[in-house]
Design a protein around this ligand. Structure first.
Ligand code: NDP
Length: 311
């Protein structure tokens, strides 16, 4: 193999809870892991505020602080952390050939994919401005901060329905804003939403602007797409649940992906259809999507990589 191809035993792509946990385990198993942090070092948690549901932090911790601690723990055992993005992979040969935007070409004996998923956003300027100040992409993570208050959620799929019912248990009122007059969610979830007394459906409507000031979100302006009229809803929390997109573009054609482009893993494992390539965290999970479950599968991926190398 040519001299400028770097040999790596365990290459980890992505630096959320899955990637860093895989790194901690792989480093302690002496696999000398190299991690490429990706576009958003620290992952989705770096755009949330307080994390109160990760065990071990009884007083809560901010997302960015927590990810800094994960990083330090991975570094402590010798993980090499690189600021960069993997741009190309070739899983048809072994070792796998991986190229990154720092100009490096790597021959990796094992690869752990932990590139996560990105929440889809509406794309409103005000949504961006108030992100983390009342605008959230995760009700399970942030709903607790709006106890007893009025909130709005946008979307009509299973996630929006599930999150609306979750929020309804905590909040005084939940407006569920949907662009059509029929939910996409499963019948069972529709039934739940429509029979929860403090969820008010706002049909045929799209958010035009998230209203707010220095204290955070104060409301949302919605436009009725049928009549063209707008009105303001007074809310302190605005949740966007219009789907997620797994970060799997570079794996298209290299790995088996499902119809929503998530990496398919063998049930109960992190094994992909290519022996030696593992996937952990949200890139292979559109169901739970929690930091703790991502960390759990990161641990599984490192243990499986170690066993693969040993065999
Ligand atoms: P979905 O793609 O199923 O739903 C997205 C929703 O957001 C749709 O109602 C869509 O409207 C709406 N939407 C999309 N873009 C916009 C936009 N720009 N403006 C306004 N509204 C928009 O995503 P989910 O995250 O809900 O679900 C993803 C997958 O995960 C699904 O297969 C779902 O069944 C599954 N899932 C299953 C769960 C369970 O079984 N418990 C829980 C959560 C998810 P429209 O309907 O008009 O297209």
């Amino acid at each position: 193999m040519s001299e400028n191809v770097e040999q790596v035993r365990c290459l980890i792509i992505g630096s959320g809870p899955a990637g860093y946990t895989a790194a901690i385990y792989a480093a302690r198993a002496d696999l000398k892991p190299v991690i490429y942090q990706g576009m958003q070092p620290g992952g989705q948690l770096t755009i949330t505020t307080e994390v109160e549901n990760f065990p071990g932090y009884p007083k809560g911790i901010t997302g960015p602080e927590m990810m800094e601690e994960f990083k330090q723990q991975a570094e402590r055992f010798g993980t090499e952390i690189r600021f960069g993005v993997v741009t190309e992979v070739d899983f048809s040969t072994h070792p796998f050939i991986v190229k990154a935007d720092d100009g490096k070409t790597i021959a990796a004996e094992t690869v752990i994919i932990a590139t996560g998923a990105s929440a889809r956003w509406l794309g409103l300027e005000s949504e961006k401005k108030l992100m983390g100040m009342g605008v959230s992409g995760c009700a399970t993570c942030d709903g607790f901060f709006y106890r007893g208050q009025d909130v709005a959620i946008v979307g009509g799929g299973d996630t929006a329905a599930e999150e609306a019912t979750y929020l309804a248990k905590l909040c005084r009122k939940v407006y569920m804003i949907h662009r059509r007059d029929e939910l996409r969610a499963s019948k069972a979830m529709q039934h739940k939403v429509l029979n929860t007394s403090n969820i008010e459906m706002v049909w045929n409507s799209v958010p035009e602007e998230v209203l707010g000031d220095d204290s955070g979100v104060t409301g949302v302006r919605v436009r009725d797409v049928k009549t063209g009229t707008s009105r303001d809803l007074s809310v302190t929390g605005f949740f966007v649940a219009i789907g997620h997109k797994p970060n799997t573009e570079i794996f298209e054609g290299q790995l088996e992906l499902d119809d929503q482009h998530y990496v398919i893993t063998k049930p109960g494992t992190t094994q992909t259809n290519v022996p030696g390539v593992f996937a952990a965290g949200d890139v292979q999970d559109h169901h739970y999507r929690q930091a703790i479950t991502a960390a759990g599968t990161g641990c599984m991926a490192a243990i499986e990589a170690e066993r693969f190398l040993a065999s």
